[in-house]
Ligand binder design. Structure first.
Ligand code: AMP
Length: 191
């Protein structure tokens, strides 16, 4: 049966690196809503791009519509690793509904934990090394505030009571984080 896994972590937590390793290992589709908003050319994604460029969260209805469209593509059939989604309770509820339609459910939530100060240090280092013209320290700060104020409480309120959250210490080497994730998923999914 297809597995649906959520990966959550603040910018700088190593989420992107771990996402790549997980999808390779389990043959999942990596569904990053941020990437979809940046690159997809469907009308709904284009509608969202202005909001994303301003550094704001996209409304739930638009986000859910886009995820729904992406889940209907054939490469989503083997299971999905969601990255950057859901970010709000209505999105989490909407995801449950969508997955029901595919005969599935959220199987595990991987939470990559990192202190705010450490995350900020990593992000500042990244900025110093490679300045992206479309990004600024102010936007990064706004995203970080959104993460701690909106995304993290959503996960703790919605998924933690369901026993789905797997806490992973993000303040370790890439290899150590990956090993922790592999062991936890083996226990949770039996593979
Ligand atoms: P990310 O690549 O996950 O940092 O996302 C980049 C931007 O895309 C965010 O700052 C939001 O503007 C938008 N975005 C991505 N995912 C979501 C989501 N689940 N809900 C609302 N907005 C989102």
């Amino acid at each position: 049966m297809a597995n649906y896994i959520l990966l959550v972590g603040v910018q700088g937590s190593g989420k992107g690196t771990q996402a790549k390793l997980i999808v390779e290992k389990y043959g999942l589709l990596h569904l990053s809503t941020g990437d979809l908003f940046r690159t997809w050319n469907t009308p709904v994604a284009q509608q969202a791009r202005e909001i994303v460029n301003a550094g704001n969260l996209v409304p739930d209805s638009i986000t859910l519509q886009m995820v729904k469209e992406r889940l209907q593509e054939p490469d989503a059939a083997n299971g999905v690793l969601f990255d950057g989604f859901p970010r709000t309770v209505p999105q989490a509820e909407g995801l449950d509904e969508l997955l029901k339609g595919f005969g599935g459910k959220v199987d595990a939530v991987l939470m990559l934990n990192l202190d705010r100060e450490v995350a900020m240090e990593r992000i500042n280092k990244r900025f110093a090394e490679q300045q992206r013209a479309d990004d600024t320290p102010e936007k990064a700060q706004k995203r970080m505030n959104d993460f701690y104020n909106v995304t993290l409480p959503t996960f703790n309120n919605y998924y933690r009571p369901k026993g789905l959250v797997i806490d992973v210490d993000g303040d370790q080497s890439v290899e150590a984080v990956s090993a922790e994730i592999t062991a936890a998923l083996k226990q949770k999914l039996g593979k």
